[in-house]
Every structure is written in C-alpha cells, then in structure tokens.
Design a binder for this molecule. Sequence first.
Ligand SMILES: Nc1ncnc2c1ncn2[C@@H]1O[C@H](COP(=O)(O)OP(=O)(O)OP(=O)(O)O)[C@@H](O)[C@H]1O
Length: 351
Amino acid sequence: MSDIIAKLAALLQQHIPVYFSDIQRTSDYIKVEGKSLSLSLPFVCNSLLGAKGEFSHLLESFAKQHKVNIKIAYDIPSIKGQNPKVVKNVIAVASGKGGVGKSTTSINLAAALSLEGARVGILDADVYGPSLPTLLGTKNVQPESPDNKNIYPIIVNDLQTMSIGYLVDEDSATVWRGPMASRAFQQLYNETLWDELDYLIVDMPPGTGDIQLTLAQNMPVTAAVIVTTPQDLALADAIKGISMFNKVDINVLGIVENMSYHICTECGHKEHIFGADGGQRIAHKYQTELLAQLPLNMQIRELADSGTPFMYNQEANPEIQQIYRTLALKLSYKLSQQKMAVQQIAISAVK
Ligand SMILES: Nc1ncnc2c1ncn2[C@@H]1O[C@H](COP(=O)(O)OP(=O)(O)OP(=O)(O)O)[C@@H](O)[C@H]1O
C-alpha cells in the first residue's frame, strides 16, 4: 500500500502543486482505512477534486488501475472565532494606502473561494466609503430584518454580503467620527444573520490608524491579507499594515500585489508600470509570502465599476481568473498550516 500512497501523492503534487508540493508528510492528507484510501483536504476544492472536477477523472482511473477506493473528505479548519459554527474563519483584507484595489481583490477572492465550494461571506468594513454595493451591483438593495434588530445578508451568486452602504446613504456615513464608525461596524458584524460561513472576508477601510486597529481587535480575526501596488509609497504603507497586524498578534498570510504589471492588448508586451518586485521584496523582508500578482487590466476595472465581479463573468480573462483561484487555494492552504502550527503549540504546552 505504501507504494500506492506514494504514487497518489506524486499525482496530486504534479496536478495541484500550489497545494500539495508544500506538504512534507503524505500522512497529513492520505490515510489508509481498510482497503480504502482516505484523502483529507483542509479546504474545499470542488473545481479540481469534486464530483465534476477537472481532476476527478484522474483520481477515478488511478483508483481503478490500483484497485483501491479513494474517499475524499473536506475539512475547513476553524482557528479562532466567537461562534465557529457560524463563522469559521474571519480574514481581514487590508491595505495601508487607499485605491490600491483592496475591495476588488476582496470580492474576487471571496468569489474564488465560493467557486471552489466553500461557504463565503464578505463584509464591507469601510464604513466611511462603502464600495461593496457598487462593485457587486447591489446599490439599490436593502437587507430584510426578521425582528427589527438583526438583518439578513444580501446574497449575490452564492456570496453572503453586507455593507453599511445597504443601510445608510454614503453621505451620512462619511461624517461619522471614529467611535461611531467602529460601533456601526461592530453592529454590522454581530447583527448580520450569517448562515454558516467557512470564510468571512472583511474588506477593511484603507489605512493603519486607530480605526483599523480597533476593528481588527474587535473581531475574532483569524488572519490577514495585505493588498498593495508595487509603488514605493504603497509598499511603505503596506509595511505599516503588516506591523499593525503583528502588534495585535494577527497572522499575516501574505501579500497580494495588485496592478503588478500591464500586458499590452496590441502586442502582448509585459510592462511593470509601477515598478517590479516590490511585493516580493517586502514579503521576504517581513517573513511573509507574495500570494499573487494581478495585472493592471482594463477588464478588471470595467467589470468592477459595472457591478459584476470579475470571477463571475463568463467573458472575463480566464488567465486572470486562474490567478484569483490560485490565491484562494493558497489562502486555504496557509490557513490550514496556521492551524497545524497552533495545534503544535498547544501540544507542546500540554507536554
Ligand atoms: N488590477 C486592476 N486593474 C485595473 N483596475 C483595477 C484593478 N484593481 C482595481 N482596479 C480599479 O481601481 C479602482 C480602485 O479599486 P478598489 O475600489 O478595489 O480599491 P480600494 O483599495 O478598495 O479603494 P478604497 O481605498 O477607496 O477602499 C477601481 O476603479 C477598480 O475598478
């Protein structure tokens, strides 16, 4: 059997390197149960491994060839949370600087996780300038309440979404002072009737000041992702973002470099308009990872501004969709690593 396990591990590593090439011990995800092999995945990966997934026929023929049964079990770890049954993982998406594409990245990351089969919500924490309703095309939608206190999220495709923009008009939110904004956000988070989420993506307000710090501390944040562009100024602010999360002991899973390069639609030439390798440099310096590099792309802007998330558009560039999808898989993987590390610490503490 060990021979078959090694072959199965090699098959997975070859076809899904983003996830499996980093795991050292095969026993972490392949277990023998009688005559069956049980494949335990710490994330939902439907598009690759699910019933209709691209990879499922490969697994089927592998099972036939080696006369084994392969069972797949999905497990999305819950690391921290007030009520992990309702929200398993809260992921804060932050940027030091405004306008770098944090909201666009948050939505497409949420959509990519959802397309992989996870249950996903997105919460617009930018109580001063909520952009979620514009980006999702839900500007004139109002959430319903069953009891005049709690509210149902607005469902877009399979995403559960909530934004202060659904409740008040933009102008009244911008005059709120710090504590009021924090309170409004707190209410939004607590009083939305989320329906069993694997991931809640929180689109944080830009900046690294008191407001951001308070928000991060008032939620059971599992981990954070920093979005930046490659310019020096944006990178300097991204570093402040990393320090802010370090200060409050929130793990930074990595950096997404947005508007990283541009590919000329006429000749295909790739240009680093805002500079090259900045995200990689700070990821290395601050011991985190560059999770993705998204191009500066007209379709991303057009679809965002017209209220159709890029990941849900059939005409959208599939190569760019794949970058968001890989980002989603990396994020799930890094979260499962974080969980293992937390468990290891707990085990050593008991010893
Ligand atoms: N990769 C990209 N290519 C082209 N345009 C992009 C890209 N990412 C974002 N944009 C555009 O840049 C603008 C700002 O994006 P977005 O609202 O996501 O930024 P933000 O960082 O959340 O801003 P804010 O600080 O105001 O919250 C939008 O018009 C969006 O369509």
